[in-house]
Design a protein around this ligand. Structure first.
Ligand code: ARG
Length: 458
């Protein structure tokens, strides 16, 4: 007969391949520490309520403490035969302390147990991820601070649009990450609720105290409905959606770093330790890290779709389908943590080629809008000014020069309202300085934004 905890009603042992197919211990062993925390809180509550004796509680605490150390020291043997992290730990406990171990599962099911474990684990991971987002934001702030005045072309449609400062551009990513952190902290409120007490699906007939367990485990509240508590994984999906957005933001920045580090742009140089060479082309220095970030974004997006698909057809309450929530979730967290860590360091290794940025901004008629605004300030309706400047740009393209290279008489052919002071608005610095309002690219505003960013991080 099989030693399975639940094998009493079966006539033959589970087929070997089925055992492998249904087991989750190969990955859910990662929940062990949280499984033990949950069990300790549950056991203490059972004791406090007189459902099990205080001697049993003491034995359970001692046994689980030993098991925790065995796991930490790598001395614990995980058995596929015992299916998952929960049954592995429970069996070891019973081997150690006998009947007291067998009483631990009173008023509990693996269904509310696993939901609790994932919530405890994910809550800790949210805090890790947010801490790393903060580190990355600090890197962005440091780099932006060095480049509050550095002019670069701002793009729309990847065509030169208007001058911006590199600091302003970097702080755009600070904002994205700020929302990402907010999203995670908001999701954390819904992660931080206790399923235990729901038991298999309907609750339990023992006089349990769920609030006590919730307090013990640091949960803000209990899940209100037992069927919902054991079956929904919306909090996992929510987290993964937030993760996919973080990766998406980093993927956009990666795309820019890849472009900017191409010799055709030559705006930045990524430190050698983040790049690799080619086995055939001796001259190559490839931006592997940003490329992999871009690539791994697809992987996290895939996990989000996998989890949504996992949930969509499950009738209430728990179904084994839910065991499939773990690998996508674990991989999402692993990918996210390492990506954020590497990124913060990579930004610190970026060298900026101010001359190349400046040249690109100067070459692309980036101040054409400024010329139109100049004419508007002289009384011309904006649409007419737009047309006048378009003709001037066309002329400059034909001449192969920039607007600021045209002489005053040449410019005046397009509008007699143009005067000597036009050259102030045609300069990159003039254009930047004029966008001087909250959220604008003027260096003075970038410095204000940096102050706000630093206050948020402090
Ligand atoms: N390993 C399972 C999971 O991850 C634990 C819950 C199993 N419950 C059950 N009744 N089969 O979902």
């Amino acid at each position: 007969p099989s030693s399975k905890t639940w094998s009493g009603r079966f006539n033959e042992p589970v087929a070997e391949l089925v055992k492998q197919y249904t087991a989750s211990v190969g990955f859910d062993y990662r929940l062990a520490e949280y499984d033990i925390q949950g069990s300790l809180a549950h056991a203490r509550m059972l004791g406090a309520q007189g459902i099990i004796s205080q001697e049993d509680v003491a034995k359970i605490e001692q046994g689980l403490g030993e098991i925790m150390r065995e796991i930490h020291d790598g001395q614990f043997t995980w058995l596929l035969d015992l299916e998952d992290v929960h049954l592995n730990i429970e069996k070891r406990l019973t081997d150690k302390i006998g009947d007291a171990g067998k009483r631990l599962h009173t008023g509990r099911s693996r269904n509310d147990q696993v939901a609790t474990d994932i919530r405890l684990w994910l809550r800790a991971m949210v805090d890790d991820v947010v801490a790393r987002i903060r580190k990355l934001q600090a890197s962005l702030v440091d780099l932006a601070e060095q480049h509050a005045d550095t002019v670069m072309p701002g793009f729309t449609h990847l065509q030169v649009a208007q001058p911006v400062t590199f600091g302003h551009h970097l702080l755009a990513y600070f904002e994205m990450l700020q929302r990402d952190a907010e999203r995670l902290l908001d999701a954390r409120k819904r992660i931080n609720r206790l399923p235990l007490g729901a038991a298999a699906l309907a609750g339990t007939s023992y006089p349990i105290d769920r609030e006590r367990v919730a307090r013990d485990l640091g949960f803000e509240a209990v899940c209100e409905n037992s069927l919902d508590a054991v079956s929904d994984r919306d909090f996992v999906i929510e987290f993964t959606a937030a993760a996919a957005l973080i990766m998406t933001h980093l993927s956009r920045l990666s795309e820019e770093l890849i472009l900017w580090s191409s010799p055709r742009f030559a705006f930045v140089d990524i430190a050698d330790r983040f790049c690799t060479g080619s086995s055939i082309m001796p001259q190559k220095k490839n931006p592997d890290v940003p490329e992999l970030v871009r690539g791994k974004t697809g992987r996290v997006n895939g996990h989000l779709v996998a989890l949504l698909t996992l949930m969509k057809s499950q009738p209430l309450a728990y179904n084994k389908d839910n065991q499939e929530d773990k690998e996508p979730l674990f991989d999402t967290v692993d990918t996210l943590l390492v990506t954020l860590e590497i990124y913060a360091d990579m930004l610190r290794g970026i060298k900026v080629n101010k001359d190349a940025m400046r040249l690109a901004a100067a070459e692309g008629f980036a101040t054409a809008t400024d010329l139109a605004d100049y004419l508007v300030k002289k009384g011309m309706p904006f649409r007419d000014a737009h047309e006048v400047v378009a003709l001037a740009v066309r002329h400059a393209v034909e001449q192969g020069c920039d607007l600021s290279d045209l002489s005053l008489p040449q410019l005046q052919q397009f509008s007699p309202q143009i005067a000597e002071d036009v050259y102030q608005v045609l300069t990159l610095e003039g254009s930047l300085a004029s966008r001087n309002h909250r959220g604008g690219t003027a260096p003075a505003q970038v410095r204000e934004a940096l102050k706000r960013a630093k206050a948020l991080l402090a």
